[in-house]
Design a protein around this ligand. Structure first.
Ligand SMILES: Cc1ncc(COP(=O)(O)O)c(C=O)c1O
Length: 417
C-alpha cells in the first residue's frame, strides 16, 4: 500500500495520474491486501469508474470493468479505426487465462457469453429422441434454454432436479441431482455456482458419478472465473461455459467455453466458417466466427492482467470476507429467511434472502432510492429473493450501510414501489 504522500504523488496535482497500466497497478498492489485490509481495497476501488456514492452489489449480473480494461477496449477500437487492426493475441489470451483459471490453453473458445457457450454445447453434441437431459430448478435461462430448445427439437426429455434451500452440504446437493438420473440420461447440466443463491455445487463429485455412468456433464460456470481461485483442469465436467463480463470484469459480451480434450475435435461447431472441419485446429475451430468485435478480447486480456496483479487467492479471500460480513449481519435481522447456505464450502460471494412481509422488488426500489444501492431480485421460479454480490470494489462500509438500511426496513417496512 502506498503511504498518503506517495498516493498524492501518484494522483498528481491535477489528480490525473492514476496508474493506467496493469503493470503499474500490479506493482502498486504487490503487498498487503489481507481480507480485512479495507484501506488496500479502497485503493483497488479507485481503479474503477463506479461513482463514489454508488453501492454496487449486483456483480452477479454484470461486472463493472476497471479503467484499464475500458482503456484497452478504447485503444483497440482506435487502432481499428486508424485502419491498423491489431488482430487478436490468441496465444497471450489463452495463456493468460490458463494461468488465471487453470486448464489447458488449447481448450479455450471465445463466444459472447455463457448463453452462447451453452448453445454451442447443446447444439454440438449428438442427442436422440428418448434421451434425457437433467438440470435443476436453480439454472439461469442462459444455461437452461439451450437444452430446452434442443430437447424439444430432437424429441428428447428435459428433467429438473429440485435442490435443497438452503443447502446443508455437498453430498446433499449431489444426491438431489443424482436421484433424478435414469438409464436414459445422456447429459447433466448444472451451475457451478447458482445464480439464485450463490451456492457452489459439487462438480467434482458429479463428474465422478457422470463418468462412471457414461453421462456428459455440462457446467454453467458463469460466476466462478474472477470470483474463486479456480482450476479448470481439476474442477470437473466435459464443458465449462462462462461469462468473463461478470466476475472477471471484462467488457460486456465476452464469453468463454472450455472444452476438455476429446471434445476439442469432437464437438460439432454451431457456427461454421473456414477451418470448422480442420481437426488439427482443435478447439480453435470454434473461434472462427467471421468478423467480430476484437476489442472486447483486448479488454479481456487486460482484465486477466488486472486479476493477475491482484492474485486470485487474495481476491477470493476478500470477496468471501465481505459476503460473510453481510451474511452474519443478515442472520441478526429478525424475520429474515436466508436462502444461501451457511456452510463455507458451499458459499462464495453472493447471498440471497427475503424479509417476511416485504416484497423484494419494493425493497430493491427502496435501497436504490435511499442510498443508490444496486441489487438483483431473483424473481425466477417465483423465489422472490434479494441477491447481493460482493466484489473487490466493495468496502466493509458498503456492507454496513446496506445492513443498516435493512434493519430499518424490518422495523418500519418499505413503501410499495
Ligand atoms: C448462472 C448463470 N448462467 C448464465 C447466465 C447468462 O449469462 P450471459 O447473459 O452472460 O450469457 C447468467 C447470468 O446472470 C447466470 O447467472
Amino acid at each position: 500500500m502506498p503511504d498518503r504522500r506517495s498516493f498524492l504523488t501518484l494522483l498528481g496535482g491535477a489528480g490525473l495520474a492514476w496508474p493506467r497500466s496493469v503493470e503499474a497497478l500490479a506493482s502498486r498492489w504487490s503487498g498487503g491486501g489481507a481480507p480485512g485490509d479495507d484501506a488496500f481495497w479502497q485503493d483497488v476501488r479507485a481503479a474503477f469508474l463506479i461513482p463514489h456514492d454508488r453501492i454496487y452489489l449486483n456483480n452477479g449480473t454484470l461486472g463493472p470493468s476497471p479503467r484499464v480494461v475500458v482503456d484497452a477496449v478504447e485503444e483497440h477500437g482506435r487502432r481499428v479505426a486508424a485502419t491498423f487492426p491489431p488482430g487478436v493475441a490468441w496465444d497471450d489470451l489463452k495463456g493468460g487465462l490458463a494461468r488465471l483459471v487453470g486448464g489447458d490453453p488449447q481448450g479455450f473458445v471465445f463466444p459472447r457469453n455463457t448463453t452462447e457457450a451453452m448453445n454451442f454445447v447443446a447444439h454440438g453434441i449428438e442427442l436422440d429422441a428418448g434421451d434425457e437431459v437433467l438440470t435443476t430448478d436453480h439454472e439461469h435461462i442462459g444455461g437452461l434454454e439451450p437444452w430446452r430448445l434442443v430437447t424439444a427439437r430432437k424429441g428428447a426429455t428435459l428433467r429438473v432436479a429440485s435442490l435443497p434451500v438452503p443447502a446443508r452440504d455437498a453430498s446433499q446437493l449431489a444426491d438431489a441431482v443424482w436421484e433424478q438420473v435414469s438409464d436414459r440420461t445422456r447429459v447433466v447440466c448444472v451451475s457451478h455456482v447458482t445464480f439464485t443463491t450463490g451456492t457452489t455445487l459439487p462438480i467434482a463429485e458429479l463428474d465422478r458419478r457422470c463418468r462412471a455412468a457414461g453421462i456428459l456433464l455440462a457446467v454453467d460456470g458463469a460466476h466462478p472465473p474472477g470470483m474463486l481461485d479456480l482450476d479448470l483442469s481439476t474442477v470437473g465436467g466435459d464443458f465449462y461455459a462462462s461469462s468473463p463480463h461478470k466476475w472477471l470484469l471484462a467488457p460486456q459480451g465476452t464469453g468463454l467455453l472450455y472444452l476438455t480434450d476429446p471434445w476439442r475435435t469432437r464437438l460439432w461447431p454451431t457456427l461454421a466458417s473456414g477451418g470448422w472441419d480442420d481437426l488439427s485446429l482443435g478447439a480453435h475451430r470454434l473461434n472462427h466466427m467471421g468478423t467480430m468485435d476484437e476489442s472486447r478480447l483486448a479488454g479481456l486480456l487486460s482484465a486477466i492482467a488486472f486479476f493477475e496483479g491482484l492474485g486470485m487467492e487474495r481476491v477470493e479471500a476478500r470477496v468471501r470476507h465481505l459476503r460473510r460480513r453481510l451474511q452474519t449481519g443478515l442472520r441478526a435481522l429478525p424475520a429474515t429467511f436466508i436462502a444461501s447456505s451457511d456452510a463455507e464450502e458451499l458459499a462464495c460471494a453472493m447471498v440471497s434472502f427475503r424479509i417476511d412481509g416485504v416484497d423484494s422488488l419494493d425493497l430493491q426500489a427502496h435501497l436504490s432510492r435511499r442510498a443508490n444501492v444496486r441489487t438483483r431480485v431473483i424473481g425466477e421460479y417465483d423465489y422472490g429473493w434479494m441477491r447481493l454480490s460482493t466484489h473487490v470494489y466493495n468496502s466493509e462500509a458498503d456492507v454496513d450501510r446496506v445492513l443498516d438500511l435493512l434493519h430499518d426496513a424490518v422495523r418500519t417496512g418499505v413503501p410499495a414501489r
